[in-house]
Design a protein around this ligand. Structure first.
Ligand code: ZN
Length: 185
């Protein structure tokens, strides 16, 4: 399998280059073989090329696993069911063969093109300075976020908000109308 470079879409907004450290434990991420996840939430402005990064971060696998454990069993099952019901396996397999850029062009679930998404989140599974294409990068539209939110327990939403508040203080105007949430899938 090809090992693609990490697209610039996943560069840190702050430094405009690759993320180097885990947001939780500060582990260095760019050693060969070190696996981590990058998540970024972006807001588009209709009719304008401008976009805002609402938040972005990289997290090492150990910390991601810790966070996953804090998501309630019910919420996790509901999310898994949602993805199972709404996404066909072929799509995910095809994504392994497509270029990362192609995968980021439209919502993995709704197929909405990125330019038509008011909000979206992108995810990448990385290994050192490269993408792990066994788990190819993807984009999820704000519409999917809105469908996922009601499936989550209050406990899970509290956990996610706790993480957000610990690490970010996003501009409140960016959080309208739907507060972006951390979804680790
Ligand atoms: Zn970590």
């Amino acid at each position: 399998m090809n090992h693609h470079d990490i697209p610039e879409d996943f560069y840190s907004f702050e430094t405009n280059t690759l993320f180097e450290r885990c947001i939780e434990c500060d582990k260095y991420l760019l050693d060969e073989g070190t696996e981590y996840i990058i998540e970024k939430a972006v807001k588009n402005y209709e009719g304008y090329p401008a976009k805002d990064t609402v938040f972005d971060y990289a997290i090492c696998m150990d910390c991601a696993e810790q966070m996953r454990k804090q998501i309630s069993k019910e919420s996790m099952e509901s999310m898994m069911r949602y993805f199972r019901d709404n996404m066909d396996v072929m799509t995910r397999l095809e994504m392994q063969e497509q270029s990362p850029e192609e995968n980021l062009k439209s919502c993995m679930i709704k197929r909405i093109e990125i330019s038509n998404c008011r909000e979206y989140q992108i995810y990448a599974h990385c290994k050192g300075g490269k993408l792990n294409m066994e788990n190819p990068p993807y984009m999820i539209s704000g519409e999917v976020m809105e469908e996922l939110l009601p499936l989550l327990s209050n406990q899970t939403i509290d956990e996610m908000n706790g993480f957000m508040n610990k690490h970010f203080s996003p501009d409140p105007s960016l959080m309208e109308p739907t507060p972006p949430r951390l979804i680790l899938v």
